[in-house]
Design a protein around this ligand. Structure first.
Ligand SMILES: N[C@@H](CCC(=O)N[C@@H](CS)C(=O)NCC(=O)O)C(=O)O
Length: 198
């Protein structure tokens, strides 16, 4: 298997963590810049986005959550859906909303400039980040021991990504419970080795 990724993408981080938690911590990785149209990435993913996973048969898998789904089919245990799959999927959806809104804000800045943040669409994305993180803070995913579920993975990835991309964001609410969860999970190898870095 070979994972095409970069070191900032929250979607790639979800795939990396899921792979590691399923016992594939040491698969080959290729660093690519999705915005530079790397030929290997374009071949693997018509959308030229990371992550893309090449299976041992050479079949490309794209979309972070579909990679998680594929992993679940290949190796059901340990499950990334936890003891209450409906709750895990519900919370993971909220966290993916944060990730999408944060990434779209960065893309909006690429299309225009930092003024995107104050535009009607930019403010809508910011509202999503604040509202979705507040909902997760009010009802955070739990992690005791064992394998973190998709809600934990996506929530930690979302908060780390928001803090990485918006380090001085005065508009971010206090998130003590999510912050504690993030600190605990980031001590775990799969999370620690995939922390976002420029
Ligand atoms: N829905 C996709 C999103 C992947 C995605 O947007 N990746 C970004 C990096 S954070 C990318 O490669 N962007 C390049 C582009 O949009 O052209 C997933 O879940 O994997």
């Amino acid at each position: 298997m070979q994972l095409l990724l970069n070191t900032t993408s929250p979607y790639a981080r979800i795939a990396r963590i899921a792979l590691a938690e399923k016992g594939h911590a040491n698969i080959g990785t290729t660093l690519v810049d999705p915005w530079a149209d790397a030929p290997a990435l374009l071949k693997a993913n018509a959308a030229a986005r990371v992550p893309a996973l090449l299976t041992d048969e050479g079949r490309p898998l794209t979309e972070s959550l579909l990679i998680v789904l594929w992993l679940e089919t290949q190796k059901p245990q340990p499950s990334l859906l936890g003891s209450d799959p409906t709750a895990a999927i519900s919370r993971a959806g909220i966290a993916m909303g944060v990730i999408d809104a944060a990434v779209h804000t960065l893309i909006g800045r690429k299309i225009t400039d930092a003024s995107f943040d104050g535009s009607p669409v930019g403010l809508r994305r910011r509202r999503t980040i604040v509202e979705a993180l507040s909902r997760l803070e009010a009802d955070p995913p739990a992690f005791e021991s064992g394998t973190p579920d998709l809600a934990v993975i996506a929530s930690v990835v979302a908060l780390d990504y928001v803090r990485f991309r918006f380090p001085d964001a005065a508009w971010l609410p206090e998130l003590p419970r999510l912050t504690r969860l993030t600190a605990r999970l980031n001590a775990r190898a799969s999370f620690e080795t995939s922390l976002p870095r420029a």
